[in-house]
Every structure is written in structure tokens, then in C-alpha cells.
Design a protein around this ligand. Structure first.
Ligand code: UD1
Length: 420
């Protein structure tokens, strides 16, 4: 198992380029189950993408990759049982449900895994596809779903779940008639999935608003699609610069999608300049702590909460973080405390009292974004920080240490096996 070793205190400067969005490419890859062929560009090199590709290959797809370009050929699905081990690594494996039901008419999905962020039920997904004419049987091995007749219908979500919205979109594309999803998620990744599906011949309107309408079609073709940049990776770099201090241009971003992070950083006295495809962050490392409440888009993203908490640990004054999206997303807190943080948790709120100096320590990445939060904190802490379990970070950050070194951070990746 690899680890990061960080010597804190270096200011960051220069430019960094953001990769394609993990949370956009994963549902799009599930959507390729319905194409004959597709070319995807700006595909990030992440372990979650590699696992997803392995699952697709297991189902019979032929996939080749050259740098950030992926060629996908689908000459027919040969298997409808998803591999347990691979699915147990990723929550997003549930996204295969919609694509498989539309293209193969049935699927057995092991219970999805991924980062443990408290109870992560899939009831909204299951109820929706049931309403569309799918029979569901649950067993200890997973969920068996079979299409009786895939019918468009009206579905109102009890919560704007990102994954459930995507699954219904995938299932609705080849369903008979019209599917309407109200109170749906409006995240940019939903808009990108709709753009991809429309470019292979789907008829989806309203993506990016709270009501999506999908007119079922009989057949889909191929396409070439460029995945949107990763707003969470971009936000993570912005926070890293804010904390460590320095001046960095973060390139290939869509500033509009970073609005809540930009406004919170400005509230914290950090200078952020927006251009068409980039943001530049300039900071002296002094942060005025502020309050954060995570919300579905366009609110402050839950996927940026741990990183912002890391920033607040060494800020001035007290700030409160209210996590409204996931019930157990403060697993990073004991690790931050090892680095000297003053944090108390009260239910879904964390009270963060800024301390004068965070100190390097041996810590463990407890999930993907918690891991990123620890890296950011290590960059500005006094002394050396060692982070283990960085396989979580590999799920969502392409060449994280390399990109950070490129802007002046003192971070190395140590391969345990090579050391022994
Ligand atoms: C997606 C993102 C994840 C992000 C999250 C919220 C991907 C691959 N992952 O996850 O990075 O943190 O959106 O922005 O895109 N819920 C239910 N029942 C369901 C489904 C969800 O109760 O059937 C609840 C969840 O437990 C959670 C909330 O709804 O409390 C939000 O979950 P959801 O939007 O579905 O997140 P994911 O799609 O899993």
C-alpha cells in the first residue's frame, strides 16, 4: 500500500491543469452499454475509471485507451451478472442498472461499495425502475432486476439523488413513451450525461433544471464526446493554494460550476480571479473561518466539505460545517485532530476552531475526499505528514502528487513494496 509523505510549508505557484470529471465519466461509461461505439475524450486516469472499464469488458465491451482518449466498441453484451469484487469497490456500480436494463433487459448487481459515507441506501433507484416496469428480487448476492416492459412514466424523487437521476435517465432513453423525472438532481454531471446520451440519439430535455423529460427512442448510434472538467478536483486545488499560500492558475475549469467554492473562499479573504476557462487563486495563507452548509448543486458540494474543513483547521476564528447530504461524512475529524485540530462534532455539525499551527502527523485517508483534505492540511502544516491508505485518493485524483509537485509542493509517493 502506497503512502504520501509531505513536508509542509512550501508556498504554491505556477499553473495546474484539471482532468476530466470522475462523476461525469462514470455514468457516461455506463451509458456506453447502449451505444455501438463511442469515443470519449478528457477521460481521467483514475482507479474508479479502471474498475468501470474492467466491468464493461467483463460484460463484453471492447475498450482501448490512448492518453485521455477512450475508444469503446460494443458488439453485444455477453453477460448480465456484474462481477462482485469489482462492484464492491465502487458505489457508482449501481449506475450499471439503468444501462443494463435498457440494453440487455436484465442485470444482477452486487450491493455497491465505495467510500463509506454512512448509510447509503439505493431505495430511490429501485423504486424508480420498478415503476418503469422492472421486477426486482433482492438476495444476499445482490439485486436481480428484469424488465417486464420498460415503460416511460412520471417519477418524483423524494430527494434529488444524483445517482438515481442518472439511472432513470439511462433506463428512460430506450423505454416506451415518455419518462418525466421531477425534483431531480441538477448537477453539471447530469447535464454532461444528457449531452452524451443526446449525441448518441436520445431525446432528453430539461437536464440542469429540476424536471427532466426523456422521450424514448428505438435505437441509438455512436458519438464522440468530451467529458467536462472535474469541478471537485479544481476546488481541491483552489483550497490547497488558499491554505498553503501562493499564486496558482487552475486551468481547464468551468468557473460557473465552482461558484459556491469561489464565494466561500472570498468570504475567507482569499483572492480568486475568474477567466473564461481558468481561475487564479492568490493567498497569503491567512484564512478567516466561515460557516459551510453542504447542499445539492448549486449549493456547497459535500465532496468539498473535508477539504474545506482542512483549510478551516488552521484558519482564524471559529466556523461551523453543517453536512446535510450524507449522514456520516466527518470520518476525517480524528485524523485532523492528530494534526492538532480543534474540532467538535454535534450531530451533523462540526465546530472548527482554528488553531495557530497545524502539525505534521501520521494519518490515514478514511475516504476519497477526506484523503484530499489531509493532503491539503499537510501542505500547510509544520513538519512532516505521512498519509496511508491513499488508494482512496487514487479513486478521484489523477496524478495528485505529481500535479502538486508541479506547483511547488514538497510531496512524494512511497511505494511500500518497493521499500521492503
Ligand atoms: C454522487 C457522487 C458523490 C457525491 C454525491 C452527492 C458519483 C459517482 N458520486 O453520489 O461523489 O458525494 O452524488 O453530491 O457521482 N439516497 C437515498 N436513497 C437512494 C439514493 C440516495 O436515501 O436511493 C441518499 C444518500 O444516502 C445521500 C443522498 O441521498 O444521503 C445523496 O445521495 P446521491 O445524490 O444519490 O449520491 P450518489 O449518487 O451516491
Amino acid at each position: 500500500m502506497d503512502r504520501y509523505v509531505i513536508c509542509g510549508g512550501e508556498r504554491l505557484s505556477g499553473q495546474v491543469k484539471i482532468s476530466g470529471a470522475k462523476n461525469a465519466v462514470l455514468p457516461i461509461l455506463a451509458g456506453t452499454l447502449m451505444t455501438k461505439n463511442a469515443v470519449l475524450k478528457n477521460v481521467p486516469n483514475l482507479s474508479d475509471v479502471a474498475y468501470t472499464v474492467e466491468i464493461l469488458e467483463n460484460l463484453g465491451m471492447n475498450i482501448t485507451r490512448e492518453n485521455d482518449k477512450m475508444n469503446i466498441i460494443n458488439s453485444g453484451i455477453v453477460n448480465t451478472v456484474l462481477p462482485t469484487e469489482l462492484c464492491s469497490k465502487m458505489r457508482s456500480s449501481i449506475l450499471f442498472m439503468g444501462g443494463m436494463l435498457a440494453s440487455a433487459g436484465e442485470v444482477t448487481i452486487p450491493y455497491p461499495g465505495g467510500c463509506s459515507l454512512g448509510n447509503r441506501p439505493i431505495d430511490i433507484h429501485l423504486k424508480a425502475v420498478e415503476k418503469m416496469g422492472v421486477e426486482i428480487a433482492e438476495s444476499s448476492n445482490g439485486i436481480y432486476c428484469k424488465v417486464r416492459s420498460l415503460q416511460g412514466t412520471k417519477i418524483k424523487l423524494p430527494f434529488p439523488s444524483v445517482g438515481a437521476t442518472e439511472n432513470i435517465m439511462l433506463a428512460g432513453v430506450l423505454a416506451k413513451g415518455e419518462t418525466t423525472i421531477s425534483n431531480c438532481a441538477i448537477e453539471p454531471e447530469i447535464v454532461d450525461l444528457a449531452k452524451f446520451l443526446n449525441s448518441i440519439g436520445a431525446k432528453i430535455s430539461g437536464a440542469g433544471t429540476d424536471t427532466i423529460v426523456i422521450k424514448g427512442v428505438n435505437e441509438l448510434g455512436g458519438c464522440c464526446h468530451r467529458v467536462i472538467p472535474d469541478r471537485i478536483e479544481a476546488g481541491t486545488f483552489m483550497i490547497a493554494v488558499a491554505g498553503a499560500g501562493g499564486n496558482v492558475k487552475i486551468q481547464d475549469v468551468i468557473p460557473e460550476q465552482l461558484r459556491p467554492v469561489i464565494s466561500k473562499l472570498k468570504e475567507a479573504d482569499v483572492e480568486v480571479k475568474e477567466d473564461e476557462n481558468s481561475v487564479t487563486v492568490c493567498s497569503d495563507g491567512f484564512i478567516a473561518n466561515t460557516d459551510i452548509k453542504t447542499m445539492p448543486y448549486p449549493g456547497f458540494p459535500t465532496d468539498m466539505q473535508a477539504q474545506f474543513m482542512g483549510l478551516m483547521c488552521g484558519g482564524l476564528g471559529t466556523g461551523i460545517i453543517n453536512e446535510t447530504v450524507f449522514e456520516n461524512r466527518f470520518m476525517q475529524v480524528p485524523e485532523f485532530i492528530k494534526m492538532g485540530a480543534d474540532i467538535t462534532i454535534e450531530g451533523r455539525c462540526a465546530v472548527v476552531k482554528g488553531v495557530e499551527k497545524m502539525k505534521g502527523a501520521k494519518v490515514r485517508a478514511t475516504d476519497l475526499r477526506a484523503g484530499a483534505g489531509l493532503v491539503i492540511t499537510g501542505l500547510r502544516a509544520e513538519g512532516v505528514t505521512e498519509i496511508t491508505d491513499i488508494h482512496y485518493i487514487d479513486r478521484g485524483y489523477e496524478n495528485f502528487d505529481g500535479k502538486l509537485r508541479g506547483i511547488g509542493a514538497d510531496i512524494i509517493r512511497i511505494n511500500e513494496q518497493a521499500v521492503q
